[in-house]
Ligand binder design. Structure first.
Ligand code: UDX
Length: 458
């Protein structure tokens, strides 16, 4: 899913109206959004309750891995157009307020936890004493915006002068800057023409003139993001069903993908099977959508989505089973090298990471797990301190009875199986992401197992 890299030639020069903007919530979404708006000439304050995050951002450092963000932060701060604060009062007199707080899965349910959204809106609303536009970007269950509009109307001193719009984000981690500056579409969920025009004017200096803009009502805009993620999740689970059948039928899933990708109706992106999807969005959006649909009385049809989730989680279990079978000769207690713990390459995020889940389960079964990830070492150590961390792939593999490639970093595709064969105890590798060249590894003396390939589990 590569998009043209943003460049000064692909974007109109800033020069239109400079808006005074607040961005509430400075995680992956908010920090990137704030920095990109400032780069386009708007004056932006990013607000967050997390003082250490605010301090990092104010110092020009992103507290997570996102290519291009550090440069934008520094440029924005140096220009005087970008600042960060824990003080919501700093947002009070802005023209436009973007809500970018997280909506994680509820601790004890499938629905979205909206506590950050409500807390941000209540705190902001009582400070809004002049007309302004509040724009939701957070992913929320359909119907939330209408309730937020009521609260704004009832609480804000400016009352009806405060308008609400919904403008969902579609950012991929690791590509968030390019996805913000060159989005494939913008969605403006609005209830009045003034809000539509204001959003158009604000984005005119941020994105290319050719960017499609879809104007919708609030509910459709709320659904737009989650609908995309539900479609993507379903596609991946279908691919994983096909891959498992390939494995049993001794068919080649790589060739099958090539054939599917030639069909224009299917396209070539999001077709790679393996360990399945994870991260802070797809799994929780899928569940939150079903939970909201059930609240609305749509129950039977969402069984399909429960199966999408189950097929996805099944990939993790079947890899754990395969690894346990391969370690049987060590009575399950062998040393396992895990290459890759991030939920996907290009990110240091391990939220709902299939790789961390598999590693932890193998360790719980008695294996000694040593992992290496090019970017997610620290975040993995925070969530799974029981796992042993290595500083590079070779150190992770030293003395390993089994090597698992769980995230498809380029660095792992480029590994030399001949050199690695010298350091492991047993030349046995499972490629759970279709990242390696089986012929090359077999030629170097490895027993090669590819999830979805005819030889897995052989
Ligand atoms: C996703 C959506 O793509 C983005 O539009 C939305 O705003 C947030 O959620 P992100 O979570 O960054 O973005 O990751 P994405 O690149 O979509 O990958 C999601 C998961 O699917 C990852 O775990 C990835 O490894 C997996 N995946 C992706 C596959 O297993 N196979 C593929 O072919 C593609």
């Amino acid at each position: 899913m590569s998009r043209p890299a943003p460049s000064s030639t692909s974007r109109p020069q800033a020069g239109g109206r400079s808006f005074r903007v607040s961005v509430i919530g400075t995680g992956y979404l908010g920090a990137v959004h704030a920095a990109c708006l400032a780069a386009a000439g708007h004056r932006v304050v990013g607000i967050d309750t997390d003082a250490s995050r605010v301090s990092a951002l104010a110092g020009g450092r992103a507290p997570f891995h996102e290519p291009g963000l550090d440069d934008l932060l520094r440029t924005g701060i140096d220009s005087g157009r970008l600042s960060f604060s824990t003080d919501v009062d700093r947002a009070a007199d802005r023209d436009v307020h973007f809500l970018c707080v997280g909506t994680p899965q509820e601790p004890a349910g499938d629905g979205a936890d909206l506590s950050y959204v409500w807390s941000a809106v209540r705190s902001l609303a009582r400070r809004l004493s002049r007309p302004c536009l509040v724009v939701g970007k957070s992913t929320v269950p359909v119907g939330t915006a209408a309730r937020l509009a009521d609260v704004l109307g009832a609480t804000a001193p400016a009352a009806n002068g405060v308008r609400l719009a919904w403008n969902p984000e579609f950012l991929r981690e690791g590509h968030a800057v390019e996805d913000t500056l060159c989005p494939d579409r913008l969605v403006f969920g609005v209830t009045d023409e003034a809000s539509n025009l204001e959003l158009r004017e604000l984005y005119a200096s941020v994105v290319p003139r050719s960017t499609p803009v879809v104007r919708t009502d609030l509910a459709t805009a709320e659904l737009a993001k989650v609908a995309a993620n539900v479609m993507l999740a379903a596609r991946l689970s279908v691919m994983n069903v096909l891959a498992e059948v390939c494995e049993v039928a001794k068919a080649d899933v790589g060739d099958l993908i090539t054939v599917l990708a030639h069909d224009d109706r299917i396209g070539r992106d999001f077709l790679t099977p393996g360990l399945g999807f994870g991260g802070g969005c797809l799994p929780k959006d899928l569940r939150a959508f079903s939970a909201r649909a059930a609240e609305l009385g749509v129950v039977e049809p969402t069984r399909l989505l429960a199966e999408v989730d189950a097929v996805n989680l099944h990939q993790r279990s079947r890899l754990v089973d395969l690894a346990a079978r391969l370690l049987a000769r060590r009575e399950g207690r062998g040393t396992v090298a895990v290459l890759g713990t991030a939920f996907k390459p290009g990110s240091d995020d391990v939220r709902d990471s299939p790789a961390v889940d598999v590693a932890s389960r193998l360790q719980a079964l008695g294996a000694r797990v040593r992992y290496y990830d090019p970017k997610a070492g620290e975040s993995t150590a925070r969530v799974s301190p029981e796992l042993e961390r290595a500083d590079d792939a070779e150190l992770a593999c030293r003395g390993a009875d089994l090597t698992l490639v769980l995230t498809e970093w380029e660095e792992f595709r480029a590994l030399d199986p001949v050199a690695l064969a010298e350091v492991v105890a047993c030349r046995e590798v499972v490629d759970a992401r279709l990242a390696l060249d089986p012929d090359k590894w077999r030629a170097a003396g490895w027993a090669f197992h590819g999830l979805g390939r005819g030889s897995a589990g052989a």
